[in-house]
Design a protein around this ligand. Structure first.
Ligand code: HEM
Length: 281
């Protein structure tokens, strides 16, 4: 189809195509019109827009990262380490981008936050189902976190499925066992819907792997998982700092003690034996 050219002007052969029969192929792919009309602030405060959009942006990153970790878990199950490593490495970059998106909210003052806080009602990130799936993949399983989603069958179904599937670390430990490392049977056969608890024998396996050749693919796997663990810890701590600055010791909109509750969450170690093993290498 020819480009539309204003009367008397020379056609610019390098310009993009302008005429499409229906919606643009960009719109058909990106759904930008849908995405950019999902912002409905609940107050008149001009500062609420960036709070809402940052939260939506983080939800999108959670979605991508869950996709990467599910890809990695599936690949580990098939002993396909290159595909698992590629997904984990992508997730490391994505976690960096996720964490960078704290910047617009990192310095909120209580007066700024209070300008729209009451409009949030009982809404809280604690009710984020995609964040919960991310935590489940890290072994931070908890059936009680499904309760808020009882009224949303699709979300509840997805969470229930994720609760009962092995997490990323479960698949890592099963792969280590298949490669001859002595992972105890009760770890391999654990109830995967329960929170992962650290185990001395698993720590000893990582200690042995880490003491060996540094270019070993299992050391590289351990390091990719350590990057993930560190960046998740940073997300939790950046969230804690932003919350401390925005509301001090007030209780959370989701009904928790607020900062005191988040402090406990932020001390949780992701993939614990990958950290404790370092003291024995
Ligand atoms: C500066 C603004 C923010 C404040 C003051 C804040 C405050 C809080 C508080 C107090 C909690 C504890 C639960 C509660 O009682 O509500 C919480 C949980 C949570 N928030 Fe935020 N939050 C902020 C921004 C965000 C953003 C932008 C996200 C992105 C999605 C987010 C995601 C979460 C998640 C996932 C939890 C649950 C954490 C867990 O289960 O360990 N928060 N937040």
């Amino acid at each position: 189809m020819s480009h539309e050219v204003p009367h008397g002007a020379q056609p610019d052969e390098t310009a993009p195509k302008l005429d499409f029969a229906g919606t643009t192929p960009y719109e058909d792919y990106v759904k930008a019109d849908v995405l950019t009309h999902l912002q409905h602030p609940l107050s008149d405060d001009p500062g609420e827009m960036v709070f809402l959009v940052t939260t939506q942006v983080m939800e999108l990153w959670f979605t991508v990262i869950v996709h990467e970790w599910e890809t990695a878990a599936g690949a580990l199950r098939r002993d396909d380490l290159p595909v698992a490593m590629a997904a984990l490495k992508r997730s490391v970059r994505e976690l960096e981008a996720l964490n960078a998106s704290w910047r617009p909210l990192a310095g909120l003052t209580p007066v700024q936050f209070n300008s729209y806080r009451s409009a949030l009602g009982e809404g809280s990130g604690f009710q984020s189902a995609m964040y919960r799936r991310l935590e489940f993949l890290l072994g931070e399983k908890s059936s009680s976190t499904l309760v808020p989603h009882r009224g949303a069958p699709r979300v509840h179904g997805e969470l229930d499925k994720a609760l009962h599937e092995p997490g990323l670390y479960d698949e890592v430990l099963r792969l280590l066992a298949r490669r001859g490392h002595p992972i105890p049977a009760d770890v391999l056969e654990r109830d995967v819907s329960a929170k992962y608890e650290p185990c001395p024998e698993v720590e000893a396996v990582w200690t042995r792997i880490y003491a060996g050749p540094q270019d070993d693919e299992l050391v590289r796997l351990g390091e990719a998982l350590t990057d993930v663990a560190e960046l998740v810890w940073r997300w939790r701590n950046d969230h804690l700092s932003a919350t401390r600055r925005a509301m001090g010791t007030r209780t959370g909109t989701g009904g928790s003690a607020g900062v005191a509750w988040l402090e406990k969450r932020a001390t949780k170690t992701v993939f614990p034996e990958l950290w404790t093993a370092r003291g024995h290498v």
